[in-house]
Write a protein that binds this ligand. Structure first.
Ligand SMILES: [Ca+2]
Ligand SMILES: [Ca+2]
Length: 494
């Protein structure tokens, strides 16, 4: 969802979307949902140490006896060669040869481009697009195609998320016509300036539909967009459905036709909602695929992000809440650089409370089987309730799936009590604002200091933000606090 859409939603539903969630936790016990809001706390930069040192909140004197401020500044403390430098870690044959692995590829609109306005003759070029959303101005749409007097036919398969009346919307300069499920529902194949056309059609949840859009530009500007909306679906670009394993074998709309690799546009173009029930996962989730991801290429690291309690939801109509904070927000806002190599999955926890241990374990297991990912580089991250659940998961499953975790404003005391120094098998970087009145900062501080005191830890880092309230995640995930969590995670292997 765009930032605009998100704020509209926030306004409509009176939900705090900047902080996004609030929860109170009594040492891993019961959760109390508060009207939490990061704006309710003291100003983020009011702490004595925050402003002075380029805004690095943890640059000050350690406040938590035993915490060495240099721990997160120097080279890796194990002093040895990088742990992923050993021979052969990635040298094996692609692990994605099996039939399962071709899930998760992104489907695209497949386009044929013609050198006239009537789609006549043979195509002069082809193209593959995650969305139809273009304003080419007076330029040509691509190399080898004229700037005027061209036409494009796009085809794809889409899937309805709801059994509702959908409105299909085109914005075009010049002509457009649109078929859904074989029905010509928009027919404005005439020269014109940018024009919005709409048509409605009833669709059924979970059903696949063929979409064909034909478009031409006869001169001057060239614009074409394809959007849809329903009572439950905010207006947004139409996305083709995502993978052969989800759709029963419709592969030709997808990456197979495009050399087998996902494209390299802005991050949001590869971010796809996967509603509960549309995949084999136990949660609805948002899926981000990095550029060049493919089912058969080099495996990518996997990041699994768990949100806070305010973003809990049913995994389908509520799924967009996942976009409120953390990596999925950055991805959706195109603030996620293409050189971050992870497949990022952001599941939505249903019901109340925080995600459970088995819920997290099962989701990761499914993801590892479904996507072409490097199982030595599975990284877990979460904020608030998502961090609490992740801590609890680590306390039981240690490094059986995960190499490292970045856990923000959570509570790891129960995990340490459970696993003791064995928790050190996972590299953990814990963050907490000391002004947090929603989740006790000691939940992170005590757990991390206990872990740091262990001799067999892999890597353990504590960063506190003096005076910062519950929302310490925004400045952590967007790197504005100056801690390169992404670079650090990529160094961590299992
Ligand atoms: Ca033109
Ligand atoms: Ca035109």
């Amino acid at each position: 969802m765009s930032a605009r859409t998100r704020w509209l939603w926030c306004a409509l539903f009176l939900v705090s979307c900047s902080g996004g969630e609030g929860d109170a936790v009594d040492g891993g016990g019961g959760i109390v949902i508060l009207p939490g809001d990061r704006d309710g706390g003291p100003p983020r930069d009011a702490g004595p140490n925050v402003v002075g040192d380029a805004g690095f909140a943890d640059a000050g004197t350690p406040r938590d006896g035993g915490f060495d401020p240099n721990r997160d500044a120097g080279p890796p403390r194990d002093g040895g060669p990088p742990r992923d430098a050993g021979p052969g870690r990635d040298a094996g044959p692609p692990r994605d040869a099996g039939p399962v692995r071709d899930g998760g590829v992104m489907a695209l609109f497949s386009g044929e481009v013609f050198g006239n306005t009537t789609l006549a003759g043979s195509p002069i070029a082809t193209r593959s697009d995650p969305f139809i959303d273009f304003d080419w101005g007076e330029n040509a749409p691509q190399a080898g195609v004229p700037a005027d007097n061209f036409s494009i036919r796009w085809t794809a398969t889409v899937r309805a998320g709801f059994s509702e009346t959908y409105t299909f919307i085109t914005e075009s300069d010049d002509g457009v016509r649109l078929w859904v499920d074989g029905n010509l529902i928009i027919d404005n194949f005439t020269p014109h300036g940018v024009t919005r056309d709409t048509a409605t059609i009833a669709l059924n949840a979970g059903q696949n539909y063929d979409v064909r859009l034909e478009y031409f530009d006869s001169g001057f500007d060239a614009v074409i967009r394809l959007l849809w909306a329903s009572p439950s679906l905010p207006e947004q670009r139409v996305a083709a459905i995502g993978s052969s394993s989800y759709d029963g074998g419709v592969r030709d709309g997808g990456v197979v036709r495009d050399g087998g690799f996902v494209g390299g546009g802005p991050s949001s173009t590869r971010h796809t909602p996967r509603q509960l029930g549309s995949t084999g996962a136990g949660n609805g989730f948002y899926e981000y695929l990095p550029p060049n991801y493919s089912a058969s290429g080099a495996p990518h690291p996997l990041m699994v992000f768990w949100h806070g309690v305010g973003e809990n939801g049913n995994g389908s109509t509520d799924l967009f809440r996942v976009l409120v904070n953390g990596p999925p927000r950055l991805i959706d806002d195109d603030q996620w650089p293409n050189n971050r190599p992870w497949v990022v999955l952001s599941p939505q926890h249903p019901g109340g409370g925080c995600p459970g241990v088995s819920e997290i374990q099962s989701f990761i297991a499914w993801a590892i089987a479904e996507y072409n990912v490097d199982t030595s580089r599975v990284h877990l991250t979460g904020l608030s309730c998502g961090a609490i659940g992740s801590w609890n998961y680590l306390g039981q499953h240690l490094d059986s799936q995960v190499a490292a975790a970045v856990l923000i404003a959570g509570d790891g005391r129960g995990a340490f009590n459970n696993a003791g120094c064995n928790l050190g098998a996972v590299a953990i970087w814990g963050f907490h604002g000391t002004g947090d009145t929603v989740v006790d900062p000691q939940g992170t501080i005590q757990a991390m200091n206990n872990l740091i005191a262990c001799t067999n830890r892999d890597d353990a880092i504590l960063t506190t933000y003096p005076g910062v309230p519950h929302d310490s995640w925004t400045q952590t995930y967007d790197l504005s606090a100056g801690h390169d969590i992404y670079g650090w995670l990529l160094q961590q292997t299992r």
